[in-house]
Design a protein around this ligand. Structure first.
Ligand code: CA
Length: 230
């Protein structure tokens, strides 16, 4: 479902926007002030942001600039709502990074059309630079793995395995699946090879005496899992 964060401090307008967007089949997340906006956007990673210019605490302009600087959310289209023409001039004139804007009072059907257009031409979501699961932090750019504050040293095959596990934590991947994802179809590799590399990965990840973050499911496969956390 297409998710839209509505950052708007006027309750009446918030309600109108929510009603119309949900009628058109969008999921909406309301935010009433600037401080909470960024936190919500980072957490929800919506498909579009409707952003009011004037907000309590942090202005829409500041939020928009920050969104454009953050790798994980900068691809999200921003439609700015402005109260006056001079604000609209600034949105279009200054490069604050909004994709479109509308001046209040605006026509709801036109807003809906603009939203649709923005969503249609939105860029695809980029892969995340950093992934976090439990006490594990993996930086894909630096190829760096941390377990809590401890640096984990692993080889490229183990890193690739970890990357696959992190795509869907807690899901059990079969040996065959892991084999195909890591080594591809072309090369003949034995199931045992998978076991060997998972064992190496597990030893490296648990070397500081942490709980075993890799779960072995007998005759099924392996998962990255918090189940053994005490
Ligand atoms: Ca406002």
């Amino acid at each position: 479902m297409t998710k839209i964060v509505i950052v708007e401090d006027e309750q009446g307008l918030q309600t109108i926007l929510k009603y119309n967007l949900e009628k058109d089949g969008y999921q909406t997340i309301p935010v009433m002030d600037g401080k909470k906006a960024l936190e919500t956007i980072l957490k929800e990673e919506p498909d579009l942001i409707l952003l009011d210019w004037m907000l309590p605490h942090v202005s829409g302009v500041e939020i928009c600039k920050t969104v454009r600087q953050n790798h994980d959310i900068r691809h999200i289209p921003v439609l700015m709502l402005t109260a006056r023409g001079d604000e609209a001039d600034k949105v279009s004139g200054l490069s604050i990074g909004a994709d479109d804007y509308m001046t209040k009072p605006f026509s709801v059907p036109e807003l809906m059309a603009r939203i649709k257009a923005l969503l249609r031409r939105a860029p695809p979501k980029p892969p995340k630079k950093t992934k976090i699961f439990a006490d594990l932090t993996v930086d894909f750019d630096k190829k760096q793995v941390m377990r809590g504050n401890r640096m984990v040293h692993i080889g490229p095959t183990e890193f690739r395995l970890l990357q696959i596990f992190l795509e869907e934590p807690e899901r059990v991947f079969s040996r065959l699946e892991l084999l195909k994802k890591v080594w591809g179809d072309a090369i003949y590799v034995e199931d045992r090879t998978v076991d060997v590399h998972v064992k190496r990965l597990r030893q490296a990840l648990n070397a500081g005496g942490e709980y075993d973050i890799i779960r072995t499911v007998r005759s099924s496969g392996y998962a990255l899992s918090e189940m053994k956390k005490k």
